[in-house]
Design a protein around this ligand. Structure first.
Ligand code: HEM
Length: 453
């Protein structure tokens, strides 16, 4: 690129009068922005209805968590004797303490949702294609990190909710084959939740995870730029016979930055309002002798806890583990590049997504009811050990079910591989959401099914 051209794009971004202080500040801000973003971005990638701003909103929430987290650290005390009272003090005696805690609490929960939705957006637009496989895998790791952040933070208030959710959550970990118990013992600094666990969770929450998250997020952003910006429709390879579209490029300042600022203001205002109206929960002081009934894991693990009610623990860990691995490797399952940037790949793909969602909405509650009231696999196969009758059999049936759904879409509905994958992926995601909703709202004492209405 010639020097003259390099300078010409800078012109609207640089201050005219160098002596003017405001202009200098603007130049510094612009410079900072242009370290994060390219100078120009393709117009289609700027559309709200393409990204929904979900990656940026996730980054904003992570920043808000860091700021409010540091403020909370000034008052929080990670000891079993004082953790709960330090939170009570913060809630009642510290100026804006309750609000800061509520913003931290709700941002953390919202972050899980926005990162999950961002994953869906990237999948449905094929944003993992054309050299973006590495960033997809980094993304899955980021999602797991965000969940780990939430999980380790959950214990810190040391109330009944915290104590028992972590007890249930780490007992789920114990079912992970081979390493589960060792990891759980390491995390808890022993077999049970106590002072060692609180100390470890605090250290992981405020030091280990932030360091890893900052590194991975920086890499994630850098990689988006390195991969040529975000995916977009119309950028199809000419050699495949597609007519290359001319894509209009707009300057980052002001077009992208204005949008980002607007989204940030809306999110901050909505979150602050919500946090003022709905304080973060704080139950009674943790009592290891008094488990609540039901003892539930954190809401984002309720899908897994629900699965445990229907399968042998080993199968209930292997099945989601397999699904997570398959999702991580999606860029290698769907390699076609022609449909990049097009939601659901095509009209047929959108139809498959709809079919997958409806199928999950109908089938999953039916299976839960059937397993609760009618089907008893160990009773049907009395001579088999439960690890087979209630483990291997439902595991194989579930995997076969997924294969059948793919097959019906591919052959029955005559869609191509990418469109069938969209249908299958939607089925899996909606099934997980339905299981989570059943676990959170439809399980009561002794984890029996209840009618919450
Ligand atoms: C803390 C979590 C995360 C943050 C802050 C984050 C942030 C971002 C941002 C700002 C972008 C630019 C475009 C956009 O806003 O959509 C982006 C793109 C991308 N993200 Fe994330 N992300 C996170 C997690 C994830 C996850 C869970 C995945 C998927 C498994 C993922 C995969 C990708 C990919 C592949 C791109 C490029 C998409 C494209 O080219 O269309 N990210 N991310």
């Amino acid at each position: 690129m010639s020097e003259a051209r390099t300078e010409s794009w800078k012109e609207p971004l640089l201050p005219k009068a160098k002596s003017d202080d405001r202009s200098r500040m603007r130049a510094v801000a612009n410079n900072l922005i242009l370290h994060l973003h390219p100078t120009k971005v393709p117009a289609p990638a700027l559309r709200w209805s393409y990204t929904w701003g979900l990656g940026g909103i996730s980054a904003l929430l992570a920043t808000m968590l860091a700021v409010t987290g540091v403020l909370l650290m000034f008052r929080y005390d990670a000891s079993v004797e004082r953790a709960y009272t330090s939170i009570q003090y913060l809630e009642t005696q510290v100026f804006f303490g309750s609000l800061v805690r509520a913003i931290h609490h709700w941002s953390a929960n919202l972050l899980i949702i926005t990162v999950f939705l961002h994953l869906l957006r990237v999948f449905f637009t094929g944003g993992f294609k054309k050299g973006r496989a590495a960033n997809w895998i980094v993304g899955v790791t980021l999602l797991l990190l965000v969940v780990a952040f939430n999980f380790t933070g959950y214990l810190l208030p040391w109330d009944q909710l915290a104590f028992w959710a972590i007890t249930v959550g780490t007992s789920l970990l114990g079912y992970v084959p081979l390493v589960g118990t060792a990891v759980s013992n390491f995390l808890l600094a022993g077999p049970e939740v106590g002072q060692g666990a609180l100390r470890n969770f605090y250290a992981i929450h405020v030091a280990v995870l932030p360091a890893v998250l900052v590194l991975l997020m920086s890499y994630h952003f850098w990689k988006v730029r390195k991969d040529g910006g975000i995916s977009q429709p119309g950028a199809m390879p000419a050699e495949e016979g597609h007519k290359k579209l001319r894509i209009v490029r707009l300057t980052t300042i002001p077009h992208l930055v204005q949008r980002e600022l607007a989204a940030a203001l809306v999110v901050i205002a909505a979150l602050a309002l919500w946090a003022m109206l709905v304080p973060a929960p704080l139950e009674e002081l943790a009592n290891p002798a008094h488990p609540p009934n039901p003892a539930k894991a954190a809401w984002y693990f309720m899908g897994l806890q629900e699965l445990l009610l229907h399968m042998h623990p080993l199968a209930a860990m292997i099945f989601p583990g397999f699904v997570l691995l398959a999702i991580t490797l999606i860029p290698y399952w769907d390699r076609g590049e022609a449909d990049i940037g097009i939601y659901f790949r095509s009209r047929e793909g959108a139809f498959m997504a709809l079919a997958g969602a409806f199928f999950a909405l109908a089938l999953v509650p039916l299976l839960v009811l059937a397993d609760e009231y009618w089907i008893d696999l160990p009773a049907l196969l009395p001579t088999w050990p439960t690890i087979l009758s209630n483990g291997l059999v439902p595991l194989l049936l579930s995997l076969a079910g997924l294969a059948i759904i793919y097959f019906i879409m591919r052959v029955g509905a005559r869609t191509n591989h990418a469109e069938s994958l969209v249908g299958l992926f939607t089925f899996v995601v909606v099934s997980f959401i339905v299981l989570t909703i059943i676990g959170v709202f439809f399980r009561g004492a002794n984890m029996a099914l209840i009618n919450p209405f």
